[in-house]
Write a protein that binds this ligand. Structure first.
Ligand code: SF4
Length: 76
């Protein structure tokens, strides 16, 4: 007899999400949702910000998850 196991699909978000400036920019309507979906709620281990955070390396708030520096966010 096989057990019927209900598997709950959970999205593991990046552990830095709550304090990340990308969350703040997104909630203020200044950052496209794709960044959050692709990185923060997706492949966060590929995020340049995440990697630098883990290594304790300083990085500007206006640096996007792919490492690009955003002049638009910088002016904010
Ligand atoms: S931008 Fe990078 S470091 Fe920030 S919450 Fe998203 S995945 Fe994590």
């Amino acid at each position: 007899m096989s057990k019927n196991i209900n598997r709950k699909i959970t999205i593991r978000k990046c552990r830095w999400y709550e304090v990340c400036p990308m969350k703040r920019y997104y909630e203020a309507g200044k950052l496209d949702k794709k960044w959050i979906e692709l990185y923060c709620l997706g492949d966060w281990h590929k995020c340049v910000r995440y990697r630098m955070e883990e290594m304790g390396k300083p990085h500007p708030d206006w640096m996007l998850p792919d490492g690009t520096l955003s002049d638009i966010l910088r002016k904010d």
